[in-house]
Design a protein around this ligand. Structure first.
Ligand code: ITT
Length: 199
């Protein structure tokens, strides 16, 4: 059976295909780009879980197929959890990863090492055309560098150094990142739920 990946973020799609395939999900994964006529849903939720469910329901309803969605972001301790759900448009333009990262670094320039804690969060949602829904979450704790390093991944990966590592997420291989990431944890937890509901 087909399963729609309700995201247009290329970095997420790459990671999700690999995470879900490694977890043995047998479904044919189709990106939202295969449905260009379906408008992007407005992310009016105030939590990652609410926004992930909004995206999954919109695609499931419009396609008549089960859909999974990811809502994720970076939560900075000293900013009380910001950028959080606003991570993709922190500097104003949705999806401008470099502007978002540069602005965040500037905002944190005076913050010393011991106060640079942050985590990536991901909510993974499944919605069926009949309205059935499930959502699970995952986190990756770390600290924020002063200077970006690494070229893998996307978004804020060059500045988040996972707990217990000396490299940033952008210096990990894709497999290393997926093994510990917020997205890996959330979607590996979603796989048994998909199996239970879709067979
Ligand atoms: P879709 O809504 O189409 O899925 P989006 O990019 O708008 O794509 P979000 O609203 O969930 O998705 O925003 C996620 C942002 O959080 C993303 O643009 C990155 O800036 C950041 N982010 C999420 N996961 C990340 C990761 O694994 N590494 C680095 N940054 C990440």
């Amino acid at each position: 059976t087909r399963l729609i990946l309700a995201t247009r973020n290329a970095g997420k799609i790459t990671e999700l295909r690999s995470i879900l395939a490694d977890a043995g999900l047998p479904h044919d994964l189709v990106g939202a780009d295969a449905y260009p006529d379906i408008p992007d849903v407005r992310e009016t939720g105030v939590t990652f879980a609410e926004n992930a469910l909004l995206k999954a329901h919109a695609l499931a309803r419009a396609t008549g197929l089960p859909a999974v969605a990811d809502d994720s972001g970076l939560c900075v301790d000293v900013l009380n959890g910001a950028p959080g759900i606003f991570s993709a448009r922190w500097a104003g333009t949705h999806g401008d990863d470099k502007a978002n990262l540069d602005l965040l670094l500037a905002q944190l320039s005076d913050i010393a090492e011991e106060h640079r804690g942050a985590y990536f969060a991901c909510a993974a949602a499944l919605a069926l055309p009949d309205g059935t829904e499930r959502v699970v979450e995952g986190r990756l704790n770390g600290t924020l560098r002063h200077t970006p390093a690494g070229t893998n991944g996307f978004g804020y990966d060059p500045i988040l150094q996972p707990e217990g590592d000396t490299r940033t997420c952008a210096e990990l291989t894709p497999a290393e990142k997926n093994a510990i990431s917020h997205r890996g944890k959330a979607f590996r937890a979603l796989v048994p739920v998909v199996r239970e509901l879709l067979g």
